[in-house]
Every structure is written in structure tokens, then in C-alpha cells.
Design a protein around this ligand. Structure first.
Ligand SMILES: C[S@@+](CC[C@H](N)C(=O)[O-])C[C@H]1O[C@@H](n2cnc3c(N)ncnc32)[C@H](O)[C@@H]1O
Ligand SMILES: [Zn+2]
Length: 340
């Protein structure tokens, strides 16, 4: 039990109209919390969580694997802040911000925010962020974000329906248990709320085999596993981006041609200095992305998918009926094929 006199209760988010009790729940028992000067306390289990430099710290590590995961991200954050581990972050963030659209007046939560590079650019009513790595949160300039939470996003709990928008960009592939995060997001969003995700698409995970960080991308996404993971939501919009320009355009085209033509195209690639010039052109395409992105995606597979999702609603009764009829016919057809 925390011995905190009533009169020390203050709202640490001085500039915000919300107190932490309006936003956060106890991550251990999901009960309401009360905010004091440099601590929050659960009103039910009386767990106490410190607030350091305006960052709420939820240290919720329960196992060795969780500890080594947290350590790995602390190291990664320190390294990244010294020397950026991702080239051209702007190239990813610009189209992502465009995809988010107008969020004026919205309350936004960014999960796995790093140092809030895109979050701080979003015009909205309230910005909150969660990251497991404290160095990233400390790097966010004062006043850029209304609420900073350090902790494992799988465990941080929010007052039901507080947020209008949740962003999970380049984080779902990292988590030990992404389903737990999706459950938290489902509760944190109000019923008209939106979830924006950005995930690597059909990624080859073998490239992380020699990574100096133990936990990097733990899974690769495709339409099937993404749909399963987000089964409480429905997808409203998708945008495939960042063509994977890893092989010569001649070989991409030749795959789609009849074999004789394909042989010719491949021979032409090795004619004179064609291969050298092709490489130069492709290098320019890569450097100038997202310029020509739409055109290049006709040939090359995307590296990422951005999606807008909303909480699943009950379909209208007419739509339900149409779906039932189509479903029954399909089921009968599939059955006849399956038992042949
Ligand atoms: C690849 S970065 C993405 C940063 C940012 N969202 C972007 O798109 O540029 C992944 C971030 O997720 C954070 N992260 C990883 N696992 C997490 C977890 N379980 N809970 C909260 N944050 C996590 C990492 O510390 C890192 O800042
Ligand atoms: Zn509690």
C-alpha cells in the first residue's frame, strides 16, 4: 500500500486536460489508478508505478525472456540514437503520415513510438505514446507528446474507449505476443475508433539470422495471418508500398513471359553494358522512392502494407442474408470438390 497524502495529488500532464486516471488502468489488475506527483497507484491492488521525467514507467517483467527482450530493445535504442539503424526513415514516414489523413481533434496513441518522429508531426488533440525502450522516450523533446509511457505494450492497459486513433507502425512484427496488444488496442479504442498499422509484407526473416540484436522481426505478415491476428477488426483501406527492387527489372519481366521470349530478354540483359546501366537506373529508383512507387509496384512486390482498420460491427441484416446465401452455396461446392 502506498502512503501518499491526498493533498499531493496533482495532474502531471499540466498542459493536458486529462489526468492519468482518465487514461490508464493498472496493468496488473486492470483497475482504475490515481495519479500523484511522481507516482501512480492502483486503487484496487495498490501497485505503485513511478513517473520519472514525465514518463510513466511500467516495469512489468515477469520472466527471463521478457527481461532479455527489454534489455535487447534498450541496447537497440541507445545504438539507434547514436547512429540511426534505419536509412531514409523520412521515406517511410512521409507517405504514412499522408495515409493517416486529417486527425485534427483526435486523441491518438502510438504504440512502439521510438522517439515520436512522426507522432510529433501529427496535428491532433492529444498524443500519447508507449515504448519499451526508455532511451527513445527520453529523447522526445519536451512538450512534443502529452503522455509518454515506458513499458511492454502487450501489458499496458487503457481506460476503455479513451482513444480515437491507435497507431502500430513497424511494431507488430517485433512482439512476443502481438495478440495481447491487439486485445488492449480493441479496448482502448472508442467504438468509431481507427487502428492504423504498418507492417513488413511477406518478409524474408532469414536476413535477421546474423543480427546483433536477439529480438528483431519475429514474424512475417501475409493477408492470412494478418487477418487472423486482427480478427476483432475489419480492414477499411490498404496501401502496399516500397517495391522490393532487389533483382534486375529484366528478370522480373522475364518471369511473366513465355519461355522463348523470356530467354531473349535475359540474353539482352547481358548484352554489352546493359546490366551495368540497369543497375544504375534501379539504384536511382531506390534513392528516389516514393517517386514512381505506383509504377514500380506493378512489377516488384511491396515490402510493406499500411492498413486502416476499425472495430468489427454487426453487419446489416440484408448484408447478413446475402452473405449467408453466398456462403452456403460456396460451402456446398467446396464439399463436393473435397470429397471427390
Ligand atoms: C522498428 S521501431 C518502429 C518505430 C516507429 N513506430 C516507426 O515506425 O518509425 C519498433 C519500436 O517498437 C518498440 N517496441 C518493441 N517491442 C515493444 C513492446 N513489446 N512494447 C512497446 N514497444 C516495443 C521498440 O523499442 C522500437 O522503438
Ligand atoms: Zn492493480
Amino acid at each position: 500500500m502506498l502512503d501518499t497524502p491526498e493533498n499531493t495529488e496533482i495532474n502531471i500532464q499540466k498542459k493536458s486536460k486529462y489526468s492519468l486516471g482518465d487514461i490508464l488502468l493498472c496493468p496488473r489488475c486492470s483497475s482504475r489508478i490515481k495519479e500523484y506527483a511522481d507516482i501512480i497507484e492502483c486503487l484496487s491492488c495498490h501497485s505503485a508505478y513511478p513517473i520519472v521525467d514525465n514518463i510513466v514507467i511500467f516495469n512489468l517483467v515477469e520472466s527471463e525472456i521478457e527481461q532479455s527482450y527489454a534489455n535487447s530493445y534498450e541496447k537497440l535504442a541507445n545504438d539507434d540514437l547514436q547512429h540511426s539503424l534505419v536509412a531514409n526513415r523520412e521515406t517511410y514516414h512521409k507517405p504514412f503520415l499522408k495515409f493517416l489523413g486529417n486527425l485534427k481533434g483526435k486523441k491518438i496513441l502510438d504504440i512502439g513510438s521510438s522517439n515520436a518522429l512522426y507522432l510529433k508531426q501529427i496535428e491532433c488533440d492529444f498524443r500519447a505514446c508507449v515504448d519499451i525502450a526508455l532511451p527513445f522516450l527520453k529523447d522526445i523533446p519536451n512538450g512534443a507528446v502529452d503522455l509518454k509511457i515506458c513499458g511492454d505494450a502487450e501489458k499496458v492497459k487503457f481506460v476503455n474507449g479513451f482513444f480515437d486513433v491507435v497507431i502500430a507502425a513497424d511494431v507488430l512484427e517485433h512482439l512476443l505476443n502481438p495478440r495481447a496488444l491487439l486485445d488492449n488496442i480493441y479496448l482502448a479504442l472508442n467504438k468509431n475508433g481507427k487502428l492504423f498499422t504498418h507492417v513488413p509484407w511477406r518478409e524474408d526473416l532469414s536476413v535477421y539470422k546474423d543480427s546483433p540484436y536477439e529480438y528483431t522481426h519475429l514474424r512475417s505478415f501475409n493477408d492470412y495471418n494478418f487477418t487472423m491476428l486482427t480478427s476483432n477488426f475489419e480492414i477499411i483501406r490498404n496501401r502496399y508500398s516500397y517495391p522490393k527492387l532487389d533483382i534486375p527489372i529484366f528478370h522480373v519481366i522475364s518471369e511473366k513471359l513465355p519461355v522463348k521470349l523470356s530467354r531473349l530478354v535475359k540474353k539482352l540483359y547481358f548484352f554489352g553494358k546493359v546490366a551495368k546501366y540497369e543497375y544504375k537506373i534501379r539504384e536511382r529508383w531506390i534513392n528516389n522512392l516514393p517517386e514512381n512507387e505506383e509504377f514500380l509496384l506493378r512489377f516488384y512486390p511491396p515490402l510493406f502494407r499500411t492498413s486502416e482498420l476499425r472495430i468489427k460491427r454487426d453487419p446489416r441484416s440484408f448484408n447478413k442474408l446475402v452473405f449467408k446465401i453466398i456462403g452456403t452455396l460456396l460451402e456446398k461446392f467446396m464439399k463436393s470438390k473435397a470429397i471427390q
